[in-house]
Ligand binder design. Structure first.
Ligand code: TYD
Length: 237
């Protein structure tokens, strides 16, 4: 992997001069924007993989933006309240509407303008999460998917990082001092995981990748890269 700095490149931990190389890796232009989604249950490693992919593409000279959903926009407070305090008094439909409003804002403010600017957009969670998380509250999965595809562009490629709930919850406990939140309950996450597998297996542009502790972070990143590289090449000027 390349790490760029002002006039050096660290390549396989060796420092090499890169004045010429830097020029060749700058400004790779695409014919159109590319949308990539990274999905999975809490603790699957989405944020880590988003970061690795973004750094790789940026170091190669592509214009890349990564976005996290739910966003920090105006719906965040209502969503945070659900996550922290529970959803006892909130119906599944109302909960769905919060995530949908939040996404609509993200699409209009960030996703569509970035795609129009021919950037690579990496989503750390997207509407597949809505289908599976709000679906796990009893709403119909196809209905949620259809409503989302009416307001949000369909990704060129989606990765679902699949991990069993026990491993996921152990990772969450290790990574944070506070207890798992209301969306991170074992039985609920089991249903969410089943939804991901049931709804999105055998889709042409969705790849399910094993991301448990037997598969290293680097191996998952390399599996993602094997799929992303030819897609990017296809859209290069
Ligand atoms: P947050 O801490 O913001 O994100 P993450 O855990 O992914 O870093 O919490 C987001 C929670 O919201 C997470 O448990 C998944 C859930 N969620 C939904 O239920 N529906 C959605 O549409 C999205 C995007 C997230």
């Amino acid at each position: 992997m390349f790490y760029t700095c002002k006039n050096l490149i660290l390549f396989n931990r060796k420092r090499i001069k890169c004045d010429n190389l830097l020029e060749t890796i700058e400004n790779r232009i695409l014919k159109q924007g590319i949308l990539i989604a990274i999905e999975g249950i809490d603790g699957a490693g989405k944020t880590t993989q988003t970061k690795i992919l973004k750094e790789k593409l940026t170091s190669m000279g592509y214009s890349v933006i990564s976005l996290h959903e739910p966003t920090d926009g105006i719906w965040r407070k209502k969503i945070e309240n659900l996550i922290k305090n529970g959803r006892h008094r909130i119906s599944p439909e109302t909960e769905l509407s919060y995530f949908m409003f939040d996404r609509k804002e993200d699409v209009e403010k960030n996703i569509t303008p970035s795609l129009q600017a021919k950037k690579i957009v990496i989503m750390d969670r997207y509407y597949f999460s809505t289908v599976c998380y709000q679906g796990a509250r009893g709403l119909d999965l196809d209905y949620i998917e259809k409503r989302n595809e009416e307001i949000a562009p369909i990704p060129n490629i989606t990765f679902i990082l699949d991990v069993d709930t026990e491993t996921a919850l152990n990772r969450i406990k290790k990574s944070r001092p506070n207890l798992p939140n209301h969306f991170e309950r074992k039985e609920y996450l089991k249903r969410v995981r089943q939804n991901f597998l049931k709804q999105f297996s055998n889709r042409p542009n969705v790849i399910i990748l094993e991301a448990d502790d037997t598969t290293s972070i680097i191996r998952v990143a390399s599996n993602i890269w094997k799929i992303v590289e030819p897609i990017i090449k296809e859209f290069e000027e």
